[in-house]
Design a binder for this molecule. Sequence first.
Ligand SMILES: [Zn+2]
Length: 408
Amino acid sequence: MKADLLVTGISQLVTAQGAGPKRGLAMRELLIVERAAIAIAKGVFVWVGSEADWRGEAATTIDVHRRAVIPGLVDPHTHAVWAGDRLADFEARSAGVGYETILAAGGGIWSTIRATAAASEEELLSLAQPRIEALQRSGAAVIEVKSGYGFTPAAELALLSAICALAKRTPVRIVPTLLIHVPPQQSNDRAASLSAVCEKLIPEASQRRLASAVDVFIEREAWSAAEAERILKCAQQLGLGIKLHCEQFHNVGGLELGVRMGALSVDHLEACKPEQIAIVAASPTIATLLPGVSLHLGLPAAPGRTLIDAGAAVAVGTDLNPGSSPLFSTAAALALAVRLNGLTAQEALVAGTANAASALGLVDAGRIEAGLPADFLVLAGSDWRELVYILGANPAGEVWIRGKRVSR
Ligand SMILES: [Zn+2]
């Protein structure tokens, strides 16, 4: 066998195995190979195994000097493109001011929508690029980025265009999602807004290939399950994947809808009930946890332990956004999932790699396996568990995407 690059001196190589059935991935054992090596040709893994078993030829060999190697992380849920900031909101909230008061004073999500609408594409890109770089340095090789701060169809399409332009400026694989975020504040505008989403926004996003999935925020203050069903049906008819923000603050039937319609993932779940846990656990839909939100807002975390014990496939993301999760590290999201959602280190690794890829409908990311893109991390230390143990420092020593070192 011939390779462009052989990576040796790997103390531990750790990866989830096989694309497999989606269900039960969170429970699956990891493959751990000690004193491992990986061979790469044309940006793809061509051989993975024990260093002593390598028999091929490599143009270049790199010794990582007894450091651990894991798959490139997959961040399955971010809102990384926005303008403005929520620092005044944060300061007010820290001083005990309620969200309703902050909203009434012109803060909250509407301030982000206003600032984002006022920004040019170039301004949005220059704001978003360092955020993507921060996630990349923390280990992310694949990042989902949602629209949703555009509000009107034209502004949403402009945001999706910006996300697709962002994808051309980074080695990270960007997965764009159209988020139908908040309905108009006037109730009599809702029907018109819904029609515009189904008849104009989703068809145009699909035709211009600006999104691979459509996400809807189902909540008492956002869209109802019935409204979301209409939106998601439009998306499915056009061949787009579907996913949901649901069960964040209240139970309004989002999880049941997502599972019934075959959603890739149902995200948040902080408020989900035991009977809902059984429903998602019996389905191939991924339960995506966002512990940065629990930390930042000081709210109860989603029941990760119970979900996994019930058999659900769990993924974890940063939910990077200015209002509820200013978390600029994909690795830190996994470390928080261990503390706040009750995941083990092994489950967190699977949740941030193979399962996160499944939450995006990807079968060729999040694993170290011959034939897959050579996305991997050389950790700073020799024991892979430092990935979720370390707080505040970066456990990712080097980030490699498609066989190229993109940060160290
Ligand atoms: Zn979100």
